[in-house]
Write a protein that binds this ligand. Structure first.
Ligand code: CAA
Length: 304
């Protein structure tokens, strides 16, 4: 039996490639009103331009009508910088999609717990950080995590992990924190389905299912390049042509973002202590050099 998600208004925090993609599928497919927030006005205008381009492309391919695109675009508004997260006071759900930094996420969830209604679902798109840790920061200040109010507030936090590019990738990984309530879980799942996604469930372990399996694979490919076992192109070609992967692992690392890959690998390594997750020196050095992959033009490959 399908569950009604009851979400009419959504706040999205972070207008990078993930946040924007989430705003796009929410407005176009789930047909909810979206309020988009990013601390960088430049990122907001880049994100909205991308949304316009994606909608125009879908029209030109005959996937959607012009009216669908217009309605989707009208559903998306931008939160004033001065007002910030307080603007999300009345939304039914918030999805946070900022960079992979625990302190930043904790600060956002602390603020959300204070500013939103008690029934607002608070989801994070983190790719590896503990949802339980993030939920613990959604307990109102001065309240015990074990009190009825503390448990109820943290119980509305859930992991909703989308994949890049969000408009194309079919999957959403659903992760329950220790505190997540059944109602939050089932409504978050129903919302992902309304965005036209298939849902898998993972326990709250570092990297969940997706990145705990993907990151050692990517890291191994980087180490093989580092050791000179094969060239960049041959490593990628082997996986593309030999295993039918849409992208080779080095190209995929660039696509995800080398800074993001490193942040996820560090979370996996520190969260498990398992040496199989230790980031390769080459990946660390590339991030030290400021080479983040496709997003800023230089990674294992060069981009315009
Ligand atoms: N946004 C929206 N749509 C996009 C897009 C983007 N950034 N990039 C490509 N597309 C669309 C294209 O418009 C095209 O749509 P149509 O089918 O309507 O024509 C379709 O995707 C295929 O694109 P292309 O023909 O241009 O190129 P392609 O066939 O090489 O596919 C790709 C591009 C979909 C990105 C494909 O290479 C792919 O699937 N790569 C692997 C992506 C992947 O593994 N993503 C997960 C990364 S891990 C993650 O996100 C989570 C994490 O925690 C790190």
């Amino acid at each position: 039996m399908s569950v009604a998600h009851g979400i009419k208004t959504l706040g999205v925090i972070g207008a990078g490639q993930m946040g924007l993609g989430i705003a796009y599928v929410a407005a176009l497919r789930a047909k909810v009103t979206v309020q988009l927030y990013d601390r960088s006005p430049e990122q907001i205008s880049k994100g909205l331009n991308l949304m316009d381009r994606l909608l125009a492309k879908d029209i030109s391919k005959g996937k959607i009508q012009e009216a669908d695109a217009r309605h989707a675009r009208e559903r998306v508004s931008v939160i004033d910088q001065v007002v910030g997260v307080r603007a999300l006071r009345d939304v039914d759900m918030v999805i946070e999609a900022v960079s992979e930094n625990l302190e930043v996420k904790q600060r956002i969830f602390r603020e959300l717990a204070a500013e939103t209604r008690p029934e607002t679902i608070l989801a994070t798109n983190t790719s590896s950080i503990s949802i339980t840790k993030i939920a613990a920061s959604a307990v109102p200040q001065g309240e015990s995590a074990a009190s009825a109010l503390g448990k109820r507030s943290a119980g509305r936090v859930v992991g909703l992990h989308f994949f890049n590019p969000v408009p194309v990738m079919k999957l959403v990984e659903l992760i329950s924190a220790l505190q997540t309530s059944e109602d939050t879980l089932s409504r978050a799942r129903a919302f992902a389905v309304a965005c036209d996604k298939d849902v898998t469930v993972s326990k709250d372990v570092p990297g969940f299912v997706s990145n705990a399996l993907l990151m050692p694979f990517i890291n191994e490919a980087i180490m093989w390049l580092e050791r000179g076992i094969a060239t960049r192109d041959d490593i990628d070609k082997t996986l593309r042509l030999g295993m039918n992967h849409p992208m080779g692992p080095l190209q995929l690392a660039d696509f995800i973002g080398l800074d993001t890959c490193l942040a996820i690998q560090k979370t996996l390594y520190s969260g498990t202590g398992d040496s199989k997750y230790r980031p390769s020196v080459l990946l660390e050095r590339m991030v030290d050099a400021g080479w983040f992959g496709r997003k800023n033009g230089k990674g294992f490959y060069e981009y315009d």
